[in-house]
Ligand binder design. Structure first.
Ligand code: ATP
Length: 265
């Protein structure tokens, strides 16, 4: 029998969240990204892989306009979020970054309490009606980041006092507290041990059920474990993009093949 829910599930999974066309980025005179076209689906983990310096982080930062904050950086081309141009004059970059959250390589909690780290975004964006509502957002975000049970009795203690893996989950809780539609993760596990890495990877799989995740990683094993789509960058260009299984088992481009077999990078 025709299963409508199944068909809807497939359609929803394939909905395009971010669409980039002819994206270029320069730092001063030096071009770091050339002619990148890519469609990033919703409710999916997309991995960006490639040798050091190929532009993965630079392109990731285009998606929430973080490059705007780097002196000398210039971005051209079109990037749309749900069809809306993120460079349109009416788009407020601060509001955009609440919709497109980011987690960095090194956990970077604010020098504030665990509670206030998570409450920060909802506070500045006016997302809580009152104190009880704010506390509920903090609890939900910490639960969704799989950290609540470990910190519920010490919410007033500094976030910087947590272990590295806990700090990274705190940063994820902080990022998801504004209910973003996309979460950008720039090598989120590179400073973590294998156990903490496993916890973050499990979390990524859960988070993608409610948002799109884009992860930059140097670990091909990690890309293969967590992502459904993979984009391979080389010298500022997006060389190949497709289903992760296909990229790893039958890459179409010799540069991708050389990278995944360890001959470049
Ligand atoms: N703030 C900056 N100012 C000037 N040049 C930059 C800046 N950030 C990156 N670059 C340059 O842009 C290019 C792409 O860098 P980017 O960090 O995006 O690459 P990456 O693939 O993420 O590298 P890695 O894997 O080493 O993190 C590199 O040549 C880098 O030196």
């Amino acid at each position: 029998m025709y299963d409508m829910r199944q068909a809807e599930g497939v359609t929803r999974q394939e909905a395009i969240k971010i669409s980039a066309r002819s994206v270029q980025v320069w730092y001063g005179d030096k071009q770091a990204i050339r002619d990148v076209d890519v469609d990033i689906p919703d409710n999916t983990v997309t991995a960006f892989i490639g040798p050091s310096g190929c532009g993965k982080s630079t392109f990731l930062r285009c998606i929430n306009r973080m490059n705007d904050t780097i002196p000398g950086a210039r971005v051209a081309g079109r990037i749309s979020l749900d069809g809306e141009d993120i460079h349109d004059r009416r788009v407020d970059p601060v509001r955009l970054r609440a919709r497109v959250g980011m987690v960095f390589q090194k956990p970077n909690p604010f020098p504030k309490s665990i509670h206030d780290n998570v409450a920060y975004g909802p506070r500045i964006h006016g997302l809580a009606r009152d104190r009880a509502d704010l506390d509920a957002i903090v609890e939900r975000s910490l639960r969704d980041a799989a950290l609540w049970d470990e910190v519920k009795d010490r919410l007033a203690e500094p976030g910087t006092g947590l272990s590295g893996g806990q700090q990274q989950r705190l940063c994820i809780a902080r990022a998801i507290a504004t209910a973003p539609e996309i979460l950008l993760m720039d090598e989120p596990c590179s400073a973590l041990d294998p156990i903490a890495t496993g916890q973050i990877e499990e979390l990524i799989d859960r988070l993608r059920q409610s948002l799109a995740v884009v992860i930059v990683t140097h670990s091909m094993q990690q890309a293969a474990r967590v992502s459904r789509k993979t984009a391979f960058f080389h010298l500022g260009r997006l060389v190949e993009y497709g289903d992760t299984g296909d990229i790893f088992t039958s890459p179409g481009d010799s540069r991708t093949e050389a990278y995944i077999s360890g001959r470049i990078g």
